[in-house]
Design a protein around this ligand. Structure first.
Ligand SMILES: [Zn+2]
Length: 223
């Protein structure tokens, strides 16, 4: 296994078996660039590829920060609906983009099966879109559309902040994903809303990005 990676033993909260998950040493992650929707590229190993954990025994999969949180009611749903169809296979060790994609699709299948928040769907769909982008696969667009749909739901229904995402980042994502999907009027509407919000000054980084993307969208609309 690559030096940047290490395995950690955990107990699957669904089937109770011991499993190994592969993690990335944070000092091994060297950023090369960032896209305007926060997709990060690395000179070295990409830690995002390892962020969907999968139990090889029962098929339970989730993002690492949510993996151990599952309720007993949801765990039963996984055992009833996912495990019977699960073909045992391991996700430990080095992950290619394709393997990471497979792990995130399993995580998506799991959030569709159990009680989940729109933000769980949004995060997973966005990461699937990013991996397709890295693979230069046009299915990126389909998953950006799914992610966008869930960001609208996050904005309308969830109490923000959710994890690291505050209200302004959520608005920014709605605007930026609309821009990437060439819905320029809708993108301009949301960037504008963000730029003209007094409270948005709390998040200077996002506000500055919104200003830049607002002008870019207007240029794109006119060309
Ligand atoms: Zn399990």
């Amino acid at each position: 296994m690559e030096e940047a990676l290490y395995n950690k033993s955990i107990t699957c909260p669904v089937c109770g078996k011991k499993i190994e998950v592969t993690r990335v040493k944070s000092r091994s992650c060297i950023v090369s660039s960032r896209d305007t929707d926060f997709c990060v590229y690395y000179k070295t190993v990409n830690p995002m590829f390892y962020d969907a954990w999968v139990c090889e025994f029962c098929g339970y999969a989730a993002q690492s920060d949510r993996f151990e949180e599952i309720s007993s009611r949801d765990a039963e749903k996984v055992i009833k609906e996912i495990s019977p169809r699960w073909k045992k296979r391991s996700f430990t060790g080095v992950r290619s983009p394709e393997k990471a994609l497979e792990a995130f699709k399993l995580a998506l299948y799991n959030v569709q099966t159990i009680d989940s928040r729109p933000s769980d769907f949004a995060k997973i769909c966005l990461r699937i879109a990013w991996i397709y982008r890295m693979l230069k696969d046009e299915r990126e667009k389909k998953f950006l559309e799914h992610a966008l749909h869930f960001y609208y739901e996050v904005y309308e229904k969830e109490e923000l902040p959710v994890g690291k995402m505050d209200e302004f980042t959520c608005m920014y994502m709605i605007a930026e994903l609309n821009r990437r999907l060439e819905n320029y009027d809708e993108a301009i509407k949301w960037f504008n809303r963000l730029i003209s919000s007094q409270e948005a000054r709390q998040n200077k980084v996002v506000l500055e990005m919104a200003r830049e993307q607002y002008y870019l969208t207007r240029e794109q609309k006119e060309s």
